[in-house]
Design a protein around this ligand. Structure first.
Ligand code: SAM
Length: 229
């Protein structure tokens, strides 16, 4: 069975798409997409030899070589322009995802939808997308094993977001008043509260600066939570 995190990615894949799964690891997502009939073909890219072999082995043991093409290479470089409609970049750090997108501009021209699930640096990914003429059509958040994961769905278009806090939290999650987002923000706020308690008597400039920023963040979270009630 697929993880909650990957199941959330799947929900954003339009039926009958040709999907590129970049950083496929064991190719669990491609196998699921074909076995459930969600995608008609998957191009699975992997840059590291071990996971590449694991992906090939999974596909072979499921006898899905016709529908899943496992390719070794860096990022979107495994694709020819026009080969895939949808690209999934999941389970990698935001900075790696941004470098993959930067390097893949020719291939990106023919990708209609990106489904991105960054493990870190989520705001940086949102910022990159918006600055590079993608708009955030949807966002999701799931919690699994004590972690909160964000899924960003982007399509071509223009969107303007200047507010850093909105980039941090996620514009579509905010609009939806997403339950998991609310839970996450409550936890984050409690966490900030306990850090502030520890910083209370600190005298260094650095500690005061940090406390100031945390107080601001806590205030913004309170505002958002008020709107979500
Ligand atoms: N996408 C799967 C998921 O979300 O469960 C697997 C995530 S796994 C943690 C990340 C995989 O991405 C690793 O197998 C790694 O080798 C691969 N990877 C990292 N950078 C890559 C790149 N530039 N191009 C292709 N694969 C990459």
């Amino acid at each position: 069975e697929l993880s909650k995190r990957l199941a959330a990615v799947v929900r954003h894949i339009p039926r009958d798409s040709v999907v590129a799964d970049i950083g496929t690891d064991h190719a669990y997502l491609p196998v699921y997409l074909i076995q459930t009939g969600r995608a008609k073909k998957v191009l699975a890219g992997e840059v590291t030899a071990g996971p590449y072999r694991a992906a090939q082995e999974t596909v072979r043991s499921c006898q899905l070589e016709q529908q899943i093409d496992v390719r070794m290479g860096n990022g979107l470089g495994v694709l020819q322009p026009g080969e895939a409609d949808v690209a999934v970049l999941a389970g990698m750090g935001g900075k790696s995802i941004i470098s993959i997108l930067e390097a893949g501009s020719v291939v990106l021209k023919s990708i209609r939808r990106l489904i991105i699930q960054p493990m870190r640096d989520v705001p940086a990914v949102r910022r990159w997308l918006i600055r590079n003429n993608w708009c955030l059509v949807d966002e999701d958040m799931v919690d699994e094993d004590g972690h909160y994961y964000v899924i960003i769905v982007a399509e071509k278009g223009n969107e303007k977001i200047d507010d850093e806090f909105i980039l941090e939290v996620g514009p579509r999650l905010l609009e939806k008043q997403d339950d998991i987002l609310v839970e996450y923000l409550k936890k984050r706020s409690a966490n900030i509260g306990s850090v502030l308690q520890k910083l209370k008597d600190a005298k260094s400039d650095e500690a005061r600066l940090r406390a100031g920023l945390l107080i601001k963040e806590k205030d913004r979270i309170r505002e958002v939570l008020k709107l979500c009630q």
